[in-house]
Design a binder for this molecule. Structure first.
Ligand code: ATP
Ligand code: MG
Length: 368
């Protein structure tokens, strides 16, 4: 961890003591610190009111603060790159499976017990007299160092079925195993259809979080083995080449192509806003049309198509060699022009026309 980040955490810890509070860095940060991985996203759990610490960060570091209605929670963005999520220690009660829980203030131990997996339930104190002391109530250190995913209690997947997706995501990210009893609970949760307790939107969101991983193939494969993917899209086709791609948009476009005839259906199933699907739609529409595109394909689309089909002939990717204006000069208008352009686009895609000259000849030869 960067020295400046450590210094800031120490200063927040001092402020906590001054305000008669206790504070810990928890969850992903504590886990990643234990395995020597740097993260600038830190969840800070506070026993008591979070506001003195949030105010302190805003005043001392000029941090940008985004408050959430939810239970004294705020995201504090510092100019040095640190992103601090302040949360009041809480216990959660789930009235209904998959519904959002009711919360009440609690101590650290209860807060850690509400978490998804033991590996994510570790806390590092940021108090001055015990800075970075581990608070490990549930064998978290062992889970992180040996590398396994284990739920904190048997009802975990019933309380929050999104944890099923989180389990395969973390297992794949760290190349960890899923502990035997947790594996059994997962299979049972899938069999009993717990994922149906969450909205399609939330299931799709978890799927996208899997795509955001740097090795989504392993996570998706695991999710498919547990039949979790079926809740988003049945019979998803996969290919390890997806791991060569960086952005979610690229991965979506590649996966959409991979689904063949069901590409559009797959994309729809994810309920995404339009802007996130532009690249996928560009590639899908190109494939569906089986014709030279009227506008050049974007660089990204070309890259995705070539990854999907390395032996694709260059001429299938080229934009139309003649424009509407060209045909207009030859005397074409209205529907006749449209029909001619369409025929030209098909012929070009089929490899029958490779140059502008050949395109003009084709138009003349085929007549009105
Ligand atoms: P990442 O590196 O992906 O950010 P993370 O462990 O920080 O991993 P987040 O989704 O950022 O994961 O959540 C922060 C912490 O909040 C987790 O470590 C976990 O303790 C807790 N948490 C998040 N989602 C859940 C959930 N659905 N159920 C229980 N605990 C959760
Ligand atoms: Mg996180």
């Amino acid at each position: 961890m960067k020295q400046i980040h450590k210094r800031i955490l120490k200063e927040i810890g001092l402020k906590a003591r001054e305000s008669d509070l206790k504070a810990w860095a928890v969850g992903g940060f504590a886990r990643d610190t234990l395995i020597g991985k740097n993260t600038e996203d830190i969840d800070i759990c506070v026993e008591g009111d979070t506001s003195p610490l949030i105010k302190f960060c805003a005043e001392k570091y000029g941090a940008d603060v985004v408050r959430f209605n939810d239970f004294a929670t705020a995201r504090v963005n510092l100019s040095c790159g640190l992103k601090l999520d302040f949360v009041r220690c809480r216990a959660e009660v789930y009235d209904k499976p998959g519904a959002l829980p009711k919360v009440r203030p609690a101590g650290l131990k209860e807060d850690l017990f509400r978490r998804d997996f033991t590996a994510n339930a570790l806390a590092l104190s940021i108090m001055p007299d015990e800075f970075f002391k581990e608070y490990d109530f549930f064998n978290s250190e062992e889970a992180v160092l040996k590398g396994y995913i284990k739920v904190l209690h048997d009802k975990s997947f019933l309380d929050d079925p999104t944890r099923l997706f989180r389990a395969v995501r973390f297992a794949a990210r760290f190349n960890w195993s899923i502990e035997t009893s947790t594996e059994r609970l997962m299979r049972e949760a899938v069999e009993k259809g717990y994922v149906n307790f969450i909205s399609r939107q939330r299931a799709a969101h978890e799927f996208i979080k899997i795509l955001a991983e740097s090795r989504p193939y392993q996570a998706l494969k695991c999710a498919a083995e547990y039949k979790l993917v079926d809740f988003v899209f049945t019979g998803l086709k996969l290919n390890p080449k997806i791991n060569n791609l960086k952005t979610i948009e690229e991965k979506l476009a590649y996966l959409s192509l991979l689904q063949g005839e069901r590409g559009f259906e797959f994309l729809d199933s994810l309920l995404l806003p339009k802007k996130d699907t532009a690249l996928a739609l560009e590639t899908l529409k190109w494939r569906k049309s089986k014709a030279a595109p009227s506008k050049p394909l974007s660089k990204n689309a070309l890259r995705i198509i070539r990854l999907y089909k390395p032996d694709i002939e260059g001429f299938k990717l080229k934009p139309l060699l003649l424009s509407a204006a060209d045909l207009n000069e030859l005397g074409y208008e209205g529907p006749a022009l449209g029909a001619k352009l369409k025929a030209l686009a098909k012929a070009q895609y089929a490899g029958k026309i490779k140059t502008r000259r050949a395109a003009f000849l084709y138009v003349k030869k085929t007549g009105f």
